[in-house]
Design a protein around this ligand. Structure first.
Ligand code: GUN
Ligand code: ZN
Length: 433
């Protein structure tokens, strides 16, 4: 049994920081060690006190060892269409997205995109992501098969969509149910794969399909549920016209019993007070997608209002509405969105959210998202001097908070110098890096 010891500065959160001075919310070791065995962290401590006998030591000093990033919402099938020039959500969906996703009907396309997608994810330091696949079951097979080859913990599912989209992309209420049932049987719990039942959003699911989604959720309480809500004014108006009997947009999903602690709701920008209360009561997670919300002009997520009302919150890239796979870029844009709201996210809160916070949003806080004995060795190594400009700025950095803020404000995939997935080096071993 090989024991590997990573040496470097170590940072891991044990709870959400209450303020920038809340040093008890995290563990920070200036010269630390993380001992790995069989893909699991078995010890964390000061290097000086670590038993190194017989171990392979990898020295990452002076860089920072952290848990791998977790991305709570993206569309892997949109990897090849991010940065498409569109005004707003519905135009973007119809002009680019629905065209792109139809390519996944072709044999082989999903397999090729999945390889590139996971390479990119690793380059950016994301070790777990929650993904929408296309409506084609083979896109889900490609997504989980490639994750399995890389031993990555991934969550995902086939989108359910049976109307208001091109025929080549639409399933039916029955085929969506049957395909989802088969995919759950094939993938959920196999290796590190976890399934998310994924009605795309109210506009593209008929009431019959919502009934079927409701049945799937009742039959598979072990699975996640993901959908989009309250992203854009036109989307909200259209949804309410399609479901006039529901109290509001969130009410549509509530009426079909889709909301619970395993439900991830992308965007949640324009929620009214009742919707906010429903999220808090059901434990559903509001997923902040800052680069997407800015790119599509969707609006400014109200972090403080949601958190102060007891709503669970996470953060994500939302590729391809989002413009970068980097969680560092995402934290940066998130900071700026909140600046425009007069709110201020401190750098400890940001990095907590991208690691332990998102792990807890998934109910996986005891497995991933922090560096603790017994947790998966999904880790990243960050270099705040990764580029000449960052190096120049780093010269005047004096505190950990300043270093983190520099990383999130100026960093991207170049700041991720190594990635470990289940204890194995994953970035430096990429072909053609
Ligand atoms: N709403 C429904 N589908 C999508 C999608 O693919 N991206 C975004 N940003 N919003 C959506
Ligand atoms: Zn999305």
């Amino acid at each position: 049994m090989t024991r590997t010891i990573l040496r470097g500065r170590v940072l891991s959160f044990n709870r959400a920081p209450q303020s920038i001075d809340d040093a008890e919310s995290y563990l920070y070791l200036d010269d630390g060690s993380v001992t790995l065995e069989n893909g699991i962290v078995v010890a964390v401590g000061d290097f000086a006190g670590t038993n190194t006998a017989g171990a392979v030591i990898i020295d990452h000093r002076p860089n920072l060892i952290m848990p791998g990033f977790i991305d709570l919402h993206l569309h892997y099938v949109q990897s090849q269409m991010m940065a498409s020039y569109a005004g707003s959500l519905l135009e973007w969906l119809n002009t680019y997205t629905f065209v792109e996703e139809q390519k996944f009907a072709q044999q082989g396309h999903a397999d090729a995109v999945a390889v590139d997608f996971y390479d990119a994810l690793i380059r950016h330091g994301t070790t777990t992501a929650v993904a929408y696949c296309s409506s084609h079951p083979r896109s889900v097979d490609a997504f989980f098969a490639e994750a399995q080859r890389r031993n990555m913990l991934m969550v995902g599912g086939k989108v359910l969509m049976d109307r208001n989209a091109p025929e080549g992309l639409c399933d039916t209420a029955q085929s969506g149910y049957d395909d989802t049932t088969a995919l759950i049987a094939r993938w959920h719990g196999r290796g590190r794969a976890l399934y998310a039942i994924s009605p795309r959003f109210a506009i593209t699911s008929s009431p019959e399909q919502m009934e079927m989604a409701s049945a799937l959720v009742a039959e598979h309480p072990e699975c996640y549920v993901q959908t989009h809500v309250s992203e854009n004014d036109a989307e909200i108006a259209y949804s309410m016209a399609l479901y006039p009997g529901s109290k509001d947009y969130t009410g549509i999903y509530e009426d079909y019993a889709l909301l619970g602690p395993k439900t991830l709701l992308g965007h949640c920008i324009h929620l009214n007070h009742r919707e906010t209360r429903v999220l808090a009561e059901t434990g559903a997670v509001a997923v902040f997608c800052p680069t997407s919300n800015l790119f599509l002009g969707s609006g400014l997520f109200d972090w403080e209002r949601l958190v102060n009302n007891g709503v669970r919150v996470g953060i994500a890239t939302d590729i391809g509405g989002g413009t970068s796979l980097s969680m560092l870029r995402t934290l940066d844009e998130g900071y700026k969105v909140l600046q425009l709201r007069g709110q201020r996210l401190n750098p400890f809160a940001s990095f907590h959210m991208a690691t332990r916070g998102n792990a807890e949003a998934l109910g996986l806080g005891d497995t991933i998202g922090s560096i603790e004995p017994g947790h998966a060795a999904d880790l990243i190594v960050l270099d705040a001097s990764a580029t000449p400009t960052m190096r120049m700025r780093s010269a005047s950095v004096q505190t950990l908070a300043e270093e983190l803020f520099l990383l999130q404000t100026m960093g991207d995939d170049r700041a991720i110098v190594e990635v470990y997935v289940a204890g194995a080096r994953a970035k430096s071993t990429l072909v053609g890096l």
